[in-house]
Design a protein around this ligand. Structure first.
Ligand SMILES: [Zn+2]
Length: 337
């Protein structure tokens, strides 16, 4: 089912059924790309779509499609990871995208081509979703291009990406492009409230106003935030560093990096921006106090170090030591004025 803020895009961009054979769906991470792609797959396979062309949600095709077991649908890549996971775009990828972790290789496109070469099992169409499409290697993109140039009859390809500019122009130009909107704050907040999220505005702030990411923040995130943020906010207290290190022993390294990074972003916003906290608005006065005690150069030095840490989140290291290094650097920042 598509999300409330996507209805207008659906009506304006998709003139179906029949739907275009090659579609490129793009949008902001955490704002519902996966949901839109799934709804599109279901709509293409559904036997009794509604007047808007959306899936009925009741027929066998819809049930199998939503369970991911429909024999005429194939997923290449795993859609985007859970919206609350670290942004893969921040991680190391080899420059030519020829190899490395997380890329979609040519074998996956060959698998899709074989899948599409056989007539539909159930009804009128076959669908392949490629996501994140920007993770295709160059060889895979070239193989995909051949399919896009002459898509087999009754076959649909849906490419999903947050960064369409990373796809070759030749691929993009052969697809009908659907750009999904970012929801308004009101839409996002109302939708989160309907999902029984306790503090929708605070959850949205944590994720840069990405509602799906806000919904998917795990309980461990909130626990870690509750333990660590008050300590980061009161760094001048005696014994605070020791308390921070103790609190961090049970916090996953990527989560700790994220918390320290968003907190430092808030310090920069209140110090140099409009004076408002973006990520942790409930701790704005504490952020102002911290920002007053820290030098701009030291703040940017730590921000740069944290950004580098994010690129290496996947690589094996000693997470406990890595957490300690970051917290030591955070506290050292206050003595560098
Ligand atoms: Zn249906």
């Amino acid at each position: 089912m598509i999300l409330p803020w996507q209805h207008e895009t659906w009506r304006q961009s998709l003139d179906g059924p029949p739907f275009p054979q090659s579609l490129l769906v793009s949008g902001a991470r955490g704002a519902g790309m996966n949901e839109f792609a799934r709804a599109l797959v279901a709509a293409i396979l559904c036997m009794t779509p509604d007047d808007d062309g959306q899936a009925c949600g009741q027929c066998d095709e819809c049930r199998w499609s939503s369970a991911g077991t429909h024999p005429d649908q194939l997923s290449v890549g795993d859609l985007y990871p859970r919206a609350d996971e670290e942004d893969p775009d921040a991680r190391e990828v080899s420059p030519d995208r020829g190899d490395g972790e997380g890329v979609l290789k040519i074998e996956r496109i060959r698998e899709a081509t074989t899948f599409l070469s056989v007539a539909p099992n159930r009804n009128h169409a076959k669908v392949v979703v490629i996501s994140p499409a920007d993770r295709l290697t160059l060889a895979a993109s070239n193989a995909l291009l051949k399919v896009l140039e002459e898509p087999p009859a009754r076959c649909h390809l849906i490419l999903v990406t947050a960064v369409p500019s990373r796809l070759p122009l030749t691929v993009r130009s052969r697809c009908v492009q659907v750009r999904l909107p970012v929801p308004s704050m009101t839409d996002a907040r109302d939708w989160l409230a309907q999902q029984d999220i306790e503090a929708p505005e605070l959850a949205l702030a944590q994720t840069g106003n990405a509602p799906l990411a806000a919904r998917d923040l795990p309980p461990e995130y909130w626990t870690a935030r509750q333990r660590l943020l008050p300590l980061l906010a009161h760094s001048s207290r005696a014994g605070n560093l020791g308390a921070c290190l103790a609190a961090a022993t049970d916090i996953d390294h990527p989560m700790l990096v994220r918390l320290v990074q968003t907190w430092c972003c808030d310090l920069a916003y209140v110090k140099l921006g409009d004076g408002r906290s973006r990520f942790h608005p409930d701790l704005e006065s504490e952020a102002r106090e911290c920002a007053r005690r820290v030098g701009t150069a030291a703040l940017f030095g730590l921000a740069s170090r944290l950004q580098t840490s994010r690129r290496w989140l996947d690589h094996p290291m000693n997470p406990k030591l890595a957490n300690e290094e970051i917290l030591l650097a955070y506290h050292a920042m206050y003595s560098e004025i």
